[in-house]
Design a protein around this ligand. Sequence first.
Ligand SMILES: C[S@@+](CC[C@H](N)C(=O)[O-])C[C@H]1O[C@@H](n2cnc3c(N)ncnc32)[C@H](O)[C@@H]1O
Length: 339
Amino acid sequence: MTGALRRGLLAQAGACAELGSPMYAELLARAADDPGTAVADVLGDRTGPGFVLGMLGAVHRLVLEGRAPGLAAHYPTAGGAKDPLAAWPAFRDALVEHAPEVRAGLADPPQTNEVGRAAPLIGGLLAVAAATGLPVRLLELGASAGLNLRADHFRILHEGGAYGPEAGVVLEDAWRGLPRVDARLVIVERRGCDLNPLDPASPEARRRLLSYVWPDQAARVARLRAAFAVAERVPATVVRAGAAEFLDGVAPREGVATVVWHSTMQAYLSPDESARVLARLEQAGAAATADAPFAHLSFEGPDASRLDAAHVLTLRLWPDGGPAILAEGPSHGLPTTWR
Ligand SMILES: C[S@@+](CC[C@H](N)C(=O)[O-])C[C@H]1O[C@@H](n2cnc3c(N)ncnc32)[C@H](O)[C@@H]1O
């Protein structure tokens, strides 16, 4: 194994430890110290976090498909009861057995839809509802399966109690401090875009999303599965389009607050697309009035390679358009700390 690959594995092991996956932290640390070639044969010189997480996701998918039973015995997501921290030998065997498939799978970037990010996003939406008093038309960039377009149907538990409906997705320890929970929030349209939109009703798409969740993070897995169920009863549309293309022609509309939101997707945009997105947002903002306000709500971190870095929730609300930092939190959104 090259020094670069070993460093890449150890860096990601550290991030997994930081973000609460002792299982992946241990697997990657064992992989970094493995005298064999199982990991190097799959990853080669692809040492970045996207590839490491891609490898873990591809193997997790084999487990979820029932094609790696020895390893499944260690994976809580597959009902495995054996010690997750002892998974390395079975992981290595699965990697060797399925090396060509795992290697091919690295061509697709990891794709997630993190339901925990609804905690900051919905609080930002409450700020818009409080400021405008209008129903919300919600548009999401990089929506993945569109699960967070249903964020108002999730239950948020916080220091002072709970916000949102009784049933379905539960986000525990979600807020430190409070956003404007007194605001009346009504969402009248839910539409998003993604370069690769996933249908939350499709078993294959569900496996794909689950495969990139860390198997020992029971709460994340539970809220993702619960969000699939919410998506069955709350309609939302996610079209196949890049963020800039999707914003073409988007303008404020009388009688509703038009909100464009996104989370953990900015780093995936090229500089050119990023500039086009900003220009379209500015253009729509300039056309906003008090009766047709326009908002840009963003929960983003510094860059895609820094999963362990804090994300910040910012809001620009036009016709004024002044930027405000509302909150911050870890990349998975929980807990979100309000300013
Ligand atoms: C890390 S995921 C985050 C998904 C979702 N926003 C969330 O917070 O769970 C990034 C998403 O952005 C999408 N994406 C990447 N580049 C994009 C682009 N140029 N336009 C639209 N979506 C894009 C990916 O397909 C992926 O679904």
